[in-house]
Write a protein that binds this ligand. Structure first.
Ligand code: SAM
Ligand code: SF4
Ligand code: SF4
Length: 333
């Protein structure tokens, strides 16, 4: 039962991008040479309203989605985001989460928790202030991200930390970050740098393989593998042998996991993407704004998922990495 694609993968997760704008210019995501003053972000009227997002999400939930993640761009730049969280929380018993750079998290954490957010993922690529400022490229201090993490934890939100590792940039930060969060209850996920979009100048040589990350951490703090908790779990998890928590690695480049990919993505302007590396999305906004019924929306989403064949990461080569693809800041990672 339920909705499955051509490879038998269920539709389980929906990532909702609420804006394509960001207050950071991370070198691996929105390089400032490309996302400068002249870059044309989506105009406001192009964005789905909270009502439209709520309606679309409701249809996805009826189709079997159990996990909603708000992302962007930087989702906390979308004004009154907690109002959207409250609407989505009312859709049912869902895992309702947010990925953020945490620049605005200290001031927003309590309102988000009260609105019904179930947890939060914070991106943090280095504890070395100089490295961190260079990577976000807007000179943002790491201390404010750490304050955002503390505020979220104080508000009762479980916190995960995401670290994108890029060769020659922050690989020396990996063990530091593991050490810092050991014993805090905040699992860290180390992510292989991916060839998303067409602007970050990705090269295979820039990728630090997950195996190398696990070996580096394990040589200081012995680790053992943990079984996947559910189908579609993209992180390979490891626990510290001394019981001080766990880490995960997301080996999207060196060990792709398309066979278990149960995610759909909705861009801020209402396009449905069935792969992070898709070139084209399906325009749900046009359907939402055409006066269509929920049944018609349901049928449109069903038709897209049932035809889905995506498995980009399993087919990746040096040639595919140069193809035209949507940007991470647009589709939300
Ligand atoms: N601005 C928010 C943030 O940074 O958490 C949410 C959006 S961001 C696009 C979502 C996630 O994608 C972040 O954890 C970020 O580190 C990750 N990401 C961005 N570009 C990436 C790349 N080229 N390879 C791997 N992960 C990337
Ligand atoms: Fe902004 Fe997140 Fe991309 Fe960094 S990773 S530029 S914080 S959207
Ligand atoms: Fe899913 Fe596409 Fe990534 Fe494969 S490449 S895991 S299908 S998003």
């Amino acid at each position: 039962m339920g909705l499955h694609d051509t490879l038998g993968r269920p539709l389980h997760d929906l990532r909702i991008s609420v804006t394509d704008r960001c207050n950071f210019r991370c070198v691996y995501c929105m390089p400032s040479e490309v996302f400068g003053r002249d870059y044309r972000f989506l105009p406001r009227r192009e964005l789905l309203t909270f009502e439209e997002i709520e309606r679309a999400a409701g249809v996805f939930v009826n189709l079997g989605v159990r996990k909603l993640r708000l992302t962007g761009g930087e989702p906390l730049l979308r004004r009154d985001l907690e109002d959207l969280v409250a609407r989505l929380a009312a859709l049912g018993d869902l895992d309702l989460t947010l990925t953020t750079n945490a620049a605005l998290l200290a001031q927003k954490a309590r309102a988000l928790a009260e609105a019904g957010l179930t947890r939060v993922t914070v991106s943090l690529d280095s504890l070395d202030d100089e490295v961190f400022r260079a990577m976000n490229d807007v000179d943002f201090p790491v201390a404010r991200v750490l304050a955002g993490i503390d505020a979220a934890a104080e508000a009762g939100l479980p916190v995960k930390v995401n670290v994108v590792v890029k060769r020659g940039l922050n690989e020396q930060s990996v063990v530091d970050i593991a050490r810092r969060f050991r014993g805090t209850g905040h699992p860290v996920r180390f992510i292989e740098y991916m060839d998303v979009g067409a602007s970050n100048g990705w090269r295979l040589d820039d990728v630090v393989p997950a195996s190398e990350i696990v070996a580096a951490i394990g040589s200081e703090f012995p680790l053992e593998p943990v079984d996947a908790a559910y189908r579609g779990e993209v992180a390979q998890r490891y626990r510290y042998r001394d019981g001080k928590g766990e880490i995960g690695v997301i080996a999207s480049v060196t060990q792709p996991f398309c066979g278990d990919c149960t995610r759909a993505r909705l861009s801020a302007d209402g396009k449905l993407y069935t792969c992070l590396f898709a070139v084209r999305g399906h325009d749900l906004r046009a359907i939402l704004r055409s006066g269509a019924t929920d049944d018609e929306l349901d049928a449109a989403i069903r038709a897209v998922w049932e035809r889905r064949t995506d498995r980009y990461s399993e087919l990746r080569t040096d040639d595919t990495s140069g193809l035209r693809k949507v940007e991470m800041s647009y589709i939300g990672g």
